[in-house]
Design a protein around this ligand. Structure first.
Ligand code: SF4
Length: 447
């Protein structure tokens, strides 16, 4: 049974020093009990108390790691039902199916996609995460050969899918060093999967046809010493799989430990229509899959899924922001245009991208607006003439250009007069409202 807030409080130092970020030990205890704080935030807790509190302090959904190295995929660790309550922690991993019945050319083509389908977006590299190797042939050697090929030709993490523990053991001999996820232990095979998991230090998927059965199975696997688990509720209709995700997340947040694990879902087994498959996957990104297995990676569906995932898993309380300063784009000279924008990352990357596309050399001034977009920052009093002008004066753009023309976003055209008053000698020029119109505007710009 998890400890209550009062029970946790009794184990804390009770000095109310506030170093954990809340004013009192009682408030910290309550946050720990509800899974909204981490025990590590209190530097004064005793070792004895740490041991006793570890159960209460553990996130309701156990975080596990698949793969190795810097790109190892962490799933689980979630603490809330809704993103706006705090944030979602570890983005769902996107996997592509590779069957050991596919011919070599098809397998090679699929593995090539894991290298090429990568996208730059707001300063981040978006990429898929996993290859799920399925033992459709039932043949151990064939399965091991494809697992070895994936290991050699892709930096994606590996899911080994076979009903046969013997075939899994054969594949593990060639790729255990990549710490693959083993799919899937059932009531009948739990002992064998537990042994493989312990021998090769790999996480395991527990699969059952009902949530009751799943809870019993995880209990059995934990009893056998397997802690790193992922859940497959067995549902292969969209409605049932969706319901199961919701029930599992709710149960886990209520500290029902038997379902306190991340999940794996299979849109690839719910439809044969690629568009529907992408739609189903997008639903599971929002609610609440840890891993989503797709029949293939196709750029037109993978890219929107990666962008959705990035958006869902950003911290809603901390807008992505770009550093304040002067950005040089296309090698500007002293007669190049000077534009100014806010430091909301998306705004910065859209504006800088459009300037790059225009091929016109420019100076882009990025003003710290605490990560707010142009209009939001303007409405909050962070991007008006009175706040922009001190930044323009101190940033040093006046020594980089010989002209005194500043292009402001069209949405804040009303600030142009005030800006010219605050910046004597400067002319405020009203630029386009939309980023897409920047290239055409710059082509007609003259000193
Ligand atoms: Fe109490 Fe520890 Fe927080 Fe200090 S840091 S207030 S001792 S819980």
């Amino acid at each position: 049974m998890p400890l209550t807030g009062i029970e946790i409080y009794k184990l804390l130092p009770k000095t109310n020093c506030g170093e954990c970020g809340v004013p009192t030990c009682l408030a910290f205890a309550m946050s720990l009990a509800s899974g909204k704080a981490e025990l590590a935030k209190c530097p004064h807790v005793s070792e004895e108390a740490k041991t006793r509190l570890s159960e209460a302090a553990a996130p309701p959904i156990l975080p596990i790691t698949i793969g190795i190295g810097e790109r190892a995929l962490k799933v689980g660790g979630e603490t809330v039902l809704f993103r706006h309550e705090k944030r979602f922690e570890n983005p769902a991993g996107l996997a592509m199916l590779v069957s050991d019945n596919m011919d070599e050319a098809e397998i090679n083509a699929r593995l090539e996609k894991t290298k090429t389908l990568k996208y730059e977006r707001v300063g981040l590299t978006l990429h898929p995460d996993l290859v799920a190797v399925k033992n459709d042939s039932g043949d151990a050697q064939k399965f091991a050969a494809v697992a070895g090929k994936v290991k050699q030709n892709s930096d994606c993490h590996i899911i080994l899918m076979s009903a046969s523990p013997d075939n899994l053991a054969a594949a593990l001999k060639v790729c255990a060093d990549r710490r693959p996820l083993l799919y899937a232990a059932t009531e009948e095979t739990a002992d064998r999967f537990a042994a493989l998991s312990k021998e090769f230090a790999c996480p395991v998927v527990a699969k059952s046809s009902s949530l009751d059965g799943l809870a019993q199975l995880t209990g059995k696997l934990m009893g056998l010493g397997v802690k790193n688990l992922v859940l497959d509720s067995g549902a292969r209709t969209v409605r049932k799989a969706f319901e199961d995700q919701i029930v599992i997340r709710n149960a886990a947040l209520k500290k029902f430990r038997a379902l306190g694990f991340s999940t794996i879902t299979f849109p690839c087994e719910m439809t044969t229509n690629p568009l529907k498959e992408a739609l189903i996957a997008s639903m599971f990104i929002a609610k609440y899959a840890g891993i989503i297995v797709l029949s293939d990676f196709k750029g037109e569906s993978l890219f929107p899924l990666l962008v959705e995932r990035m958006n869902i898993y950003t911290d809603p309380q901390r807008p992505l922001a770009t550093k304040e300063g002067i950005y040089e784009i296309n090698n500007p000279k002293d007669d190049s245009p000077v534009l100014i924008t806010s430091n909301f990352s998306l705004t910065y990357f859209i504006v800088s991208g459009e300037i790059e596309n225009s091929k016109v050399p420019c100076w882009l001034l990025v003003k710290d607006t605490e990560g707010l977009s142009v209009m939001t920052a303007w409405a909050a009093g962070k991007f008006g003439a009175d706040t922009m002008s001190p930044f323009v004066k101190k940033c040093g753009i006046d020594v980089k250009v010989k002209h005194r023309k500043l292009v402001i976003p069209g949405y804040i055209a009303s600030e142009s007069g005030g800006l010219e008053e605050e910046l004597p000698g400067w002319q405020a020029m009203v630029g386009p409202r939309e980023g897409a119109h920047i290239p055409a505007y710059l082509k007609n710009w003259k000193v």
